[in-house]
Design a protein around this ligand. Sequence first.
Ligand SMILES: [Cu+2]
Length: 172
Amino acid sequence: MSNKFRMRDNENVSMSDMAFSVSDRRNFYPSLAAIAAMLVAAALGYLWLPRADVPLPLVEGCRLDRQVCSAALPGGGRVEMALEPRPVPTSSPMRVVVAVEGAQPDGVVVDFQGVDMNMGLHRLPLIAVNGRHVGETTLPVCVTGRMVWQATVMLEMGRKNITVPFRFESGH
Ligand SMILES: [Cu+2]
């Protein structure tokens, strides 16, 4: 039976009875909508929250074109990086190997940038193979023949991006 029908049948329904049933319904649906809106906002907030960048200082006293270099990670563990072959070739492919000890990154990316010269940004996503992260790339040929590069390893750990800059020279 609809409300309209019932009201016509029962003319003496009081205003306070009506007010009660209407406000009851008005309170119920907005609170459900508010909860749903909060859940949606929380989900979007989680997705859109910027990842926290954790930049580590430059790894000094170690050149990737001469040796394997490593750095301690905040919260334990180590990251080790190697370029192959050594010395590093400029116009033929080189292999990049990153090993992470005591931590499990979701992804590993290496950015190559010229230190004294703008050579553009070369981003190399690595692939997980047998517990290590590997990739292959060819550095652009430098007009000066020899230059210093920075290889910044980015480890995606949960909601953190830990970056570790290493240095090397190319073109010997
Ligand atoms: Cu250059």
